[in-house]
Design a protein around this ligand. Structure first.
Ligand SMILES: *Cc1c(COP(=O)(O)O)cnc(C)c1O
Length: 372
């Protein structure tokens, strides 16, 4: 039996154990512990924001961001169709309407050239989501937001340590969100962060994270929030991970470049773009798309790789093709051909920080075999 190569394995060999032990020894395990504030401050500073609000996960960060901006009934929010459900769900749960744009065929990020055609008098915000390794082209997006007076939410969940034209991801728009799920460059097991420069917005996020308890009359509520608090245990992990972010990014980039070398020239395989004029690929995950020469789709390729002991994940499934939203009457007559194609033809290879050179070589060999 060959060893299975999982799609993701995190690296936890820095100060993680030391800080976790500190939590146990001091008894600070809830969200009241001191690591939470330290993690918020260090994280916000890292992306050049004034305020950080640590939360239970990246999906919750989006829920809070949408609510904090006051988006709701009758409001349209422009989002990429090629993203995780959390983006559309946060808008729908707030009572708003997500409006999708297709992907750029090369970077897989939202095609910002399509945004203006989706703007209506009801449009209130744009949610920019950077996917897989390259960033959304932010300058034209921000220009449109200025022109039409729209709020901007930046979902930078996959972009820890990435920059756009030298400026850190997490530094764009009114509010930015992150996730610390184990496949993200910084993990807390489960966790998320909201960052902003606006003190009032930060305070609203803190309140929404904590059930909208009121300082004066704790159990009297003017508004509904969530319990989306991050624990001291999670923040302990996060702090230890954050100390090593720069080396993680260097490691991810060298892994991406190694896959590029191993897979260059393989017929039927479209590889990720190493860079655009505004960003170098950070290879959050190493995604590939099967080209028309291949007579089967990603699902079949992933099945064949699994049989050879290689773990993979499919690409996102477009929001406009989600049964849950179709049942709500959303996205009728929407077509986004690029996202529809890459969703069916794309998947990603083992990309975790603990992946070894030898494992990458085996992944590349097996991939070539199943495509031959
Ligand atoms: C991972 C991710 C999220 C959700 O984060 P969770 O912590 O898993 O809830 C949101 N947006 C994007 C782009 C992500 O990759």
């Amino acid at each position: 039996m060959i060893d299975f190569i999982p799609v993701n394995e995190p690296l936890l060999d820095g100060n993680e154990k030391k800080y976790l032990l500190d939590c146990i020894e001091t008894g600070w395990i809830s969200s009241e512990g001191p690591f939470v504030k330290q993690f918020e401050e260090l994280f916000a500073a890292k992306v050049g924001r004034r305020w950080g609000v640590a939360v239970a996960n990246g999906s919750g960060a989006l829920d809070i961001a949408v609510q904090a901006l006051g988006l709701g009934q009758g409001d349209e929010v422009i989002i990429p169709t090629f993203t995780i459900i959390s983006c559309a769900a946060s808008v729908v749960r707030a009572g708003g309407t997500p409006v999708v744009v297709d992907s750029d065929p090369i970077t897989w990020n939202m095609d910002v050239r399509q945004i203006e055609t989706r703007i209506t008098p009801r449009t209130k915000a744009i949610m920019a989501v950077h996917v897989y390794g390259l960033t959304v082209d932010m300058d034209p997006l921000l220009e449109l937001a200025r022109k039409y007076g729209l709020r901007v939410i930046e979902d930078a969940a996959q972009m820890h340590g990435q920059t756009y034209k030298g400026r850190p991801c997490g530094n764009f728009g009114d509010i930015s969100t992150f996730s610390f799920y184990p496949n993200k460059h910084v993990t807390t097991g489960e966790g998320g962060m909201i960052v902003t420069d606006d003190v009032a917005l930060a305070e609203r996020c803190r309140s929404l994270r904590n059930l909208c308890f009121q300082p004066a009359k704790r159990f009297v509520h003017e508004e509904l929030g969530w319990n989306y608090r991050m624990t001291n245990l999670q923040a302990a992990l996060g702090l230890a991970q954050l100390e090593r972010l720069d080396s993680f990014v260097t490691l991810k980039r060298s892994m991406g470049e190694k896959y590029n070398r191993l897979l260059s020239g393989v017929t039927g395989l479209l590889l990720p773009l190493p860079s655009t004029v505004y960003a170098d690929n950070i290879y959050w995950v190493y995604g590939v798309v099967l080209s028309h020469e291949i007579g089967f789709e990603a699902e079949e390729a992933m099945k064949r790789l699994a049989a050879k002991g290689i773990g993979t994940r499919p690409f996102f499934w477009p929001m406009h093709e989600q049964p849950v939203f179709k049942k709500m009457g959303l996205f009728t007559h929407v077509s986004c051909p690029v996202a529809e194609r890459i969703a069916r033809r794309g998947f990603y290879l083992p990309s975790g920080l603990a992946l070894t050179d030898l494992q990458m070589e085996r992944v590349a060999d097996m991939l070539k075999e199943i495509l031959a």
